[in-house]
Design a protein around this ligand. Sequence first.
Ligand SMILES: Nc1nc2c(ncn2[C@@H]2O[C@H](COP(=O)(O)OP(=O)(O)OP(=O)(O)O)[C@@H](O)[C@H]2O)c(=O)[nH]1
Ligand SMILES: [Mg+2]
Length: 318
Amino acid sequence: MTLAEGILAGDQRAIARLITIVENRPREAIPALQALYPHTGKALVVGITGPPGSGKSTLVGRLTKRLRQLGKTVGIIAVDPTSPFTGGAILGDRIRMQDLATDPGVYIRSMGTRGSLGGLAKATHNVIKILDAAGKDYIFVETVGVGQSEVDIVKTADTTLVVLVPGLGDDIQTIKAGILEIADIFVVNKADRQDAGRVVAELEMMLDLSSKEVEWRPPVYSTVATSGKGIDAVVEGIEQHIHYLCQNSKLEARRRERYRAEIMNIVKEGIITQLLDFWSVGGKLETLLAEVAAREKDPYAAAWEIMQTFTGNGKGGS
Ligand SMILES: Nc1nc2c(ncn2[C@@H]2O[C@H](COP(=O)(O)OP(=O)(O)OP(=O)(O)O)[C@@H](O)[C@H]2O)c(=O)[nH]1
Ligand SMILES: [Mg+2]
């Protein structure tokens, strides 16, 4: 059985092996990813983001348990861009999700940075495809924080949950506009704490004031992830959002944007690799760098010279 066949059969070890290849030697993973591609597109991808410690992992654990009760299979990807190794925080997640880890209907994987954040985003997209091909109905992608890299990862989700908690030390207003823009659903977790109601009210007010014409107004749920309070409603909210997307052929449109970004990234990477491979031969690149260092050429002229190798028109690029 090939690796791809193992994954299609849902074999956990085959899944783990290909993910490891995706993370460490991405080029080697391409044939298997190509073989899997026709079998993808069925999973619903749910991104979960929010401040550190807001209860995202606990929430994902609860949502997963609920979905398992409903007979759904689940993949979980915990992305930790700050952690170069599979370190403490992720271990914590693992322990918290322990009872899920023994469920054959659930696959959990943590991913840390091995190189650039862009690389992490790409690896995450490929892991989503692997779990999708393996037949998972829902795939949760947990990312920490509100930075651009998290947004990039979460942007590829069908539905995005933004988790907030009371007592962040600042008002909701100070939360980056970007995160409000990407939220399909808000979850105010730790509703057992003081001021949770105020966070919900502030969010609702912000959504009311939002001048944006919206067909989908993000619902705001409050939860206590540790006890499971409010979880069923969030699962229903996710289903409603997916239903909304399907009704308006928005799911297809969102995914199309994902394909566009993915193809463009592959093209960019391929072009750069090929150009640099070509220019590295015989020290051509070093010579060019020396000319730039000596102020005989400027960086633009040097870059155009490199680009001319392929296009014959160095100034065509952006
Ligand atoms: N009081 C209370 N504590 C909670 C709740 N949900 C989670 N916690 C606790 O908050 C802490 C952080 O929970 P996690 O699920 O690890 O949070 P996270 O957002 O995944 O954390 P990072 O991945 O490290 O950013 C843990 O000690 C949880 O037990 C809640 O609803 N109420
Ligand atoms: Mg977590």
